[in-house]
Ligand binder design. Structure first.
Ligand SMILES: [Zn+2]
Length: 131
């Protein structure tokens, strides 16, 4: 088992989002590390749940949760996303749907929806606790 405590973030590959999301989750959850699973516009991929990359995201989440005992999962959308060039309103709907997909995989872990704004600040837009 890896030393230290972990959270897992399904984040955009956009380099502007990763440091703010890491810092936010370390602060919020008190974890030592954040495993970053990155794709362009992952909330689009997860909410549509048709692209083959979704299975790759799941394989990587399984490793973070199974091998690192990640204590929570986050899924991230952001302003000015090249992989998901839609407005905030649509992204918030995608985040909600992405959480449903993640919840179907992982019934027992808190899942947070995060939205990174045009000043690269992290906003928590959903908090889905296990039943
Ligand atoms: Zn992006």
């Amino acid at each position: 088992m890896a030393e230290g405590t972990f959270a897992c973030a399904v984040n955009c590959m956009d380099g502007r989002t990763q440091e703010p999301v890491n810092a936010y989750l370390k602060q919020k959850l008190g974890v030592d590390y954040v495993d970053e699973i990155t794709e362009p516009g992952p909330i689009k991929l997860l909410s549509e749940n048709t692209d083959p990359r979704v299975e790759s995201i799941k394989i990587r989440c399984d490793i973070s949760l199974g091998k690192h005992n990640a204590v929570a999962l986050a899924v991230v959308g952001h302003h000015d996303c090249a992989g998901d060039p839609v407005g905030k309103d649509v992204q918030l709907q995608q985040i909600a749907q992405a959480i449903k997909v993640l919840r179907s995989w992982y019934p027992d872990i808190p899942i947070y929806g995060l939205w990174v704004d045009d000043s690269w600040s992290v906003n928590e837009v959903a908090a889905d606790e296990p039943q």
